[in-house]
Design a protein. Structure first.
Length: 283
């Protein structure tokens, strides 16, 4: 009698911004991207969020680095030891980080198939993709169906970002096409998105309040009449996210679910304190 194949494991990285209970519920492995703060270098989950925000505001150098290949290797080995027949490993855009390349290198050292996906995005666009993949895996789906679920979500999702300043993106070298907005007056607030795997400009709006109103307008336009999940992502404590959530609920009757998440400290290091993002993800 032939034995049934084991389940497919799903692994992502910490830029997916997945709340710990969600990752735990669906059995998603999360490999930590690394931060260097001054002379200290460690995985991002070992830092205190408020301290990172204070360092950024004080001008302390805060840099990011992909996980070590060994971190992926042991995550893959752990999944294999628990009976996984295959692994789907979905990660931040390769144009923004070397994370996906570290995963590919580790995948060559594991004795079960490891399918490494470059999502071309990050944040909850990546988080929703990993969660959808894990749900299919939990229902007994084989690797091809798990991959399809992840790809459908990250290709359909959209990130719309508000930042107080482009300075942190400039410092980190992740500014991409949004460099066209550099030199704007302090009162002009940029709205950004992710396009072709990197940060890209959307528009500039005078004043913070108008910019946040425009942020909501863009999210509503993006959702259209589709059934969508919405995530509001913040970097640092902020009451504005509650107001944004209320506006979206009032204007999106086909919103299936919404969630408020804290941005990965990796993303926060590039976007800066006060950054707010809206992820629009058709379901």
């Amino acid at each position: 009698m032939r034995s049934m194949p084991g389940p497919v494991a799903v692994i992502t990285d910490s830029t997916a911004c997945l709340p710990a209970p969600v990752a735990e519920r669906w059995g998603i492995g999360v490999v930590q991207v690394q931060l260097q703060v001054g002379e200290q270098f460690d995985e991002e989950n070992r830092y205190d969020r408020e301290e990172i925000i204070d360092h950024l505001r004080a001008g302390t150098p805060v840099r990011t680095a992909p996980p070590e290949v060994a971190a992926f290797f042991w995550a893959f080995q752990d999944a294999a030891s628990k009976g996984a027949s295959a692994i789907v490993s979905v990660h931040i855009s390769g144009r923004m980080s070397e994370t996906v390349n570290a995963a590919r290198e580790a995948a060559q050292q594991v004795n079960i198939p490891v399918h490494v996906l470059d999502s071309g995005t990050t944040g909850m666009s990546l988080g929703f993709a990993a969660t959808s993949a894990a749900k299919v895996a939990a229902a007994g789906g084989q690797a091809t169906r798990v991959i399809d679920a992840a790809e459908r979500r990250f290709r359909g999702s959209r990130e719309i970002l508000y930042v107080d300043t482009l300075e942190f993106l400039r410092r980190g070298g992740r500014i991409g096409a949004a460099q066209a907005f550099l030199g704007s007056a302090f009162s002009i607030k940029p709205l950004l998105t992710l396009k072709n795997g990197e940060v890209a400009p959307l528009t500039r709006v005078p004043g913070q309040r108008r910019a946040l109103t425009k942020l909501v307008d863009l999210a509503v336009d993006c959702a259209g009449d589709q059934d969508v999940e919405i995530a509001i992502t913040r970097f640092g404590p902020d009451e504005r996210d509650l107001e944004i959530g209320g506006r979206l609920r009032a204007r999106l009757p086909k919103m299936v679910d919404s969630t408020l998440v804290d941005a990965s400290m990796i993303l926060g290091a590039h976007l800066g304190p006060g950054a707010i993002g809206i992820t629009v993800s058709p379901v």
